[in-house]
Design a protein around this ligand. Sequence first.
Ligand SMILES: Cc1ncc(C[n+]2csc(CCOP(=O)(O)OP(=O)(O)O)c2C)c(N)n1
Ligand SMILES: [Mg+2]
Length: 598
Amino acid sequence: MAANKGREIPGLLFFQGRDLPSGLAVKRSGARLDWASVSDTLPGMTRLTGRSAFLRLLIEEGVSHLFGNPGTTELPIMEVVPDYPQLQFVLGLHESVVVGMADGYARASNRLAAANVHVAPGLGNAMGALYNAKFSGSPIILTAGQQEQGHGLLEPLLYAPLVPVAQPFVKWAVEVTRAEDLPLVMHRAAKVALTPPTGPVFISLPGDVLEEEAELELGASTRVDARMRPSDTALAMLARRLLAAKNPVILAGHELGVHDAFAEAVALTELLGAGVFHQTVPYAAQFPSEHPACLGALTRNQKAVRAALEPFDLLVCLGADLLRMSVYSPVDPLPPGMPVIHVSEREWELGKNQPTEIAIQANVKETLAALLPLLRTQRSAGAASQAAQRLAALAPRNWSAQQGRARIAALEAAEETPIDPRFLMLRIAEALPREAVVVEEALTSSLTLPALVPQRDPKSYFGLASGGLGFALPGAVGAALALPGRPIVAVVGDGAALYGIQALWTAAHLKLPITYVIANNRSYRILKERLVSMRKSERFVGMDLRDPEIDFVSLARSMGVAARRVVDPQDVAPALREAMRDGGPQLVEVMIADGFGG
Ligand SMILES: Cc1ncc(C[n+]2csc(CCOP(=O)(O)OP(=O)(O)O)c2C)c(N)n1
Ligand SMILES: [Mg+2]
C-alpha cells in the first residue's frame, strides 16, 4: 500500500503519513467499531466531542482567554468550559464588547485571542469591532455557534449563513462540517491569524459538530517564522539610497512597536540625522516621543501633511501606514515627486497609493538590525557631522518643544469652566504613572494628548485604528488582562463611550486596574465642527446628548464601577489621583466645554 494513500479499515478511514496535512486519523461516531481494540494501532488518538476538542485545540494553540457572549447555540461549549480551567472565560455583555476585548488583548499581548459570539445576530453585532480588529491586525480566532446542519435549512430562529457575513473582515472564514476536521481547522486558523500580516479569522461551529464524538488526533500547532530580512542586494541598495539623501525624514509606524524595534529605529535616526514623524493614524506606539529627533504626530489633514513633508528630500516609511487619511481632500498629502522608501511586512500597504522608489516586504526590526552595520561602515565622516547638525536643528520644533508649548496653552485655559479639554489632557498627562498604558478614543478632546503624553515603550499607547467607535472601553479590559501589573488609563469621549459601555461591567467583574476618564462634552463635537467647516451649516441635528443628559457616574455605579464627576477645573487633578490610587476599575466623568458655548 502506498504510504500516501488512505487505507480502509471497515468503518474507519485511516490516513497515513502526509495524506492529510495534520496526519489526522479519524473515526466518525456513527461507524460501528470497537475503539478499545484499535486504539493500540492509532497512537495519539483521543476520543472527544467536538465541543471539548474545540477548547482543547484553543489551549494547544496557546490561547489563555476566551472572550464570549453565549446563547443556546454556544451552550455545548459553555457546558465544557469548566473542564478547562487553563482557559479563562471572559463574559462580555454585547458582542461588539466581546470582540473589542479580544482586540485589546491581542494588541497589548501580541498573542492569539479567542472570541465566541452567538449565531447571526451576535456576529452582526460584532462586525464593527471585527472591522477594528482587521485594521489593527489583531490575531483573533472568532467563532460563533451555528444551528445544526440540516436544521439550519429549515430556517429556524437565529439562522443565517455566517461565513459570508464575517468574510470581508477576516483573513479566512470557514464553517466546520465534521468534528474530525476540527484539528485541521483550528491549527490552520491559528497559523493564519498569527502569520504576518496578522489578523482575525472566523470559524462557524454548527451544533451537530460540537455534539459529535470522534476519535481525533489533536495534532500540533505550526508557527510561521516571518521575521524576514531583505536580501543583501536590497540592503545594499537601501543603504546607498539612504546615505545619498541630503535631508531624509522618517515616518515611524506601529510595526516598530509591535516588533519591539524602538532601539533600532532610534539608531537609524541618529545615523541619518533624520527627524521622525508618528504615522497619521497613530493607533499604537511607534517611536519614543522624548527622543530629540521625534517631531510628533502628522495630522490627517492632507494640506498640513504635505506642508510638513515638503522640506525633506526622502520619506523613509518604517512599518507605517503610508499617509492613511480620513476625510476627502483634493490635495495629495505626499509632496509631488517626493521619493519614498517603505519597509513593511504588510505587502498590501507597499506602493498601495503612492509610487514607492524602494518597497521592501520585510520585518522592520530584522531589516534595521541588518542595515545599521552597513550604514555605520559606509557613512563618511562628513555625513556623520551633517547628521548631528540636522538633529540639533530639530530641537526648537521637536516633540519635547511641542510638549512645552502644549503645556503652556493648556495652563492658559486652566481657569475656564466648563473645563477646557486641553487642560483635562494636561492633568491626565501629569497624573499618569510612568508604566501606565493609555487607551484612547476621545476624538476632539484628546487632540492634544499625543503632544502631552510621551510614547515611551511599545505597549504604552493604544488608540482607535479604524475610525469605528467602540474600541476603548472594551479594549482597556483586554489590555488589562494582557498586561497584568500595568495600570490602564482609558481616555474616552462621551459619545464613543456609549458604543462599548457594557465593558464597564466586565472591568468591575474582574476587578481590573483601569481608570476610565470620560471627557463629557454632551455632544458629538467632532461632527458639529465638521458640519461647520465642511458644510458651512450650524443646524446641529442628532449631535447633542443633552435631553436628557447622560449621567456616567450613575451608569458606572450601576455596573459596579466606582465613579465621580468633576465640574471644577481645580478638582481634576485630585479626582484623577484618587481614582488611580484606589485601584480596581474607576470612572472619572469630567464635564468639559462643548466648543459651542456650552
Ligand atoms: C461605530 C461608529 N458610529 C458612528 C461614528 C461616527 N462618529 C464619529 S465621531 C462621533 C462622535 C464622537 O463623540 P465623542 O466621543 O463624544 O467625541 P467628541 O466628538 O465629542 O469629541 C461619531 C458619532 C463612528 N465613527 N463609528
Ligand atoms: Mg462628546
